[in-house]
Design a protein around this ligand. Structure first.
Ligand SMILES: Nc1nc2c(ncn2[C@@H]2O[C@H](COP(=O)(O)OP(=O)(O)OP(=O)(O)O)[C@@H](O)[C@H]2O)c(=O)[nH]1
Ligand SMILES: [Mg+2]
Length: 446
């Protein structure tokens, strides 16, 4: 994606020719996120139409604007259709899907989730009769989430079990009945036939296809087959806590038109939520939300002040006072972690409390200096440093470290001015105190 957008840098109007290459890259990005090739192609076509002829806004680059358009198109596609379940009570929900996709876990999660939100009284019905362990698993989960439970351990007639399960639920005043069905490694006719008969026998308001986010290119066939057979009303994407980029969500949604209603985000019964199209879009794109970063930055940073600091940096007479101003501007933008996450390629970088604390400490140290000291750090002798440490509640070693880092930074600016690239690289390494990797990891200023 970053590469795609680099191509759009410097153009002032998005046109047929300059978008073609960028879109080819977008397509590659989608494919590598496991989006089905046909879906990726259709999606790019939509984006092309949305982009063409749009004049580039003055405040953002064409690349950033394109990201926003792509992002918005994705959200539109993923979020289309209602997430709401049928309001009918009693509400019957059938869970279907491939083997191991998370049907049983999601049945319990859904019971818990809806009970909390909709004040339902849930009952779980075991319709996976092929492994005794499957029944035990659902029974345990029902206990965990406080749902009624129905099973028949020696009956092999699934539709009949479901029908009696519904009767049991109603007799127990339950108004949410979730039927957990069996999965298969591949979709086979017997499985499809069984859930078809089940659906005919018990009137289901909701039929949810549970799909692992890591499902790759075959997601399209799986969704199509299940939808043709049992007329799905929603999708549940599971294991979104894993590494998968989740292109399956886009593929399935596009092919069937069935809305994604829920997402599973962990192994615990409370790791379940309504589907968030915007979060999913960002995940599929694999980059932070550049545009909202731009917006946030524009809201909070005083452009004139930033220009003044940049000019000082160039002239290499940047002092600790300026450094303090810069720190404060960063603080205004909100928690550091949130900002760093929005930068492309930095979504995996953790900036936690530790780094935030360091930033506060750095600020305290500078605030404990006199104006003269801030302008001329070289006058900071031993007794001045001890006074500053005491004043800021830090140790002399912290003050020393800050001053050392600062003078290295200044050194680097001087070299920048002189254009000695090699020396600059060396100083950069020294200043960061770590060779490559996470630039925030062991940085000393924050
Ligand atoms: N990390 C993570 N694990 C999940 C999630 N949902 C389900 N799992 C795990 O995936 C495995 C399979 O889940 P099940 O609920 O048993 O899947 P199933 O579709 O009922 O499987 P079969 O009944 O064998 O077809 C279990 O180890 C679950 O804990 C999720 O959202 N995140
Ligand atoms: Mg199961």
């Amino acid at each position: 994606m970053s590469q795609a957008l680099r191509r759009l840098r410097g153009v002032d109007k998005i046109s047929e020719s300059n978008i073609a290459e960028a879109l080819a890259e977008v397509r590659t990005a989608l494919l590598s996120a496991d989006v089905h090739f046909r879906v990726a192609r259709e999606f790019c076509e939509r984006v092309r139409e949305a982009c063409l002829g749009q004049a580039v806004l003055a405040s953002v680059t064409p690349g950033q604007q394109a990201v926003k358009i792509i992002h918005d198109e994705l959200v539109k596609l993923l979020g289309a259709g209602t997430q709401e379940l049928s309001p009918v009570r009693p509400l019957c929900v059938m869970m279907v899907g491939l083997h191991g996709s998370g049907k049983t876990t999601s049945s319990a999660k859904l019971a818990k989730f809806l009970t909390k939100r909709g004040n339902y009284k849930p009952c779980l019905v075991a319709c996976d009769i092929y492994r005794p362990a499957a029944i035990d698993q659902l029974e345990t989960l029902a206990g965990t989430v406080g749902a009624k439970f129905y099973c028949e351990r020696d009956c092999k007639d699934v539709p009949a079990i479901a029908e009696r399960g519904l009767k049991f639920a109603l007799e127990n005043f339950c108004d949410l009945v979730i039927f957990d069905t069996a999965g298969r490694l591949q979709i086979d006719e017997a499985l499809i036939d069984e859930i078809k008969r089940l659906r005919e026998r018990v009137a289901m308001q909701e039929v949810l296809l549970v799909a692992d986010a890591a499902l790759g290119q075959e997601a399209v066939n799986v969704a199509k087959r299940f939808h043709e057979a049992v007329n799905l009303t929603g999708l549940v994407m599971t294991k979104l806590d894993g590494d998968a980029r989740g292109g399956a969500a886009l593929s399935m949604k596009t092919i069937t038109g069935v809305p994604v209603k829920f997402m599973g985000t962990g192994e615990k019964v409370e790791d379940f939520d309504f589907f968030h199209a915007d979060r999913m879009a960002q995940r599929i794109l694999g980059m932070g939300d550049v545009v909202s970063l731009v917006e946030k930055a524009q809201e909070n940073i005083d452009a004139a002040e930033a220009a003044r600091l940049a000019a000082k940096m160039k002239k290499a007479d940047f002092d600790l006072e300026d450094f303090l101003a810069q720190l404060r501007q960063m603080k205004k933008m909100g928690p550091l972690g949130g900002i760093v996450k929005m930068l492309p390629g930095m979504s995996g970088v953790e900036v936690g409390e530790k780094e935030e604390k360091k930033m506060v400490r750095t600020e305290a140290i500078i605030l404990s200096m006199t104006r003269e000291e801030r302008a001329k750090p070289e006058i900071l002798n031993g007794s001045r440093r001890a006074r500053i440490a005491a004043g800021s509640g830090t140790k002399v070693a912290d003050v020393n470290a800050l001053i050392k880092q600062f003078s290295q930074m200044r050194q680097m600016m001087k070299m920048l001015k002189g254009g000695k690239a090699k020396n600059i690289m060396r100083s950069l390494g020294a200043m960061r105190g770590n060779a490559g990797g996470n630039p925030f990891g062991r940085g000393r200023f924050f």
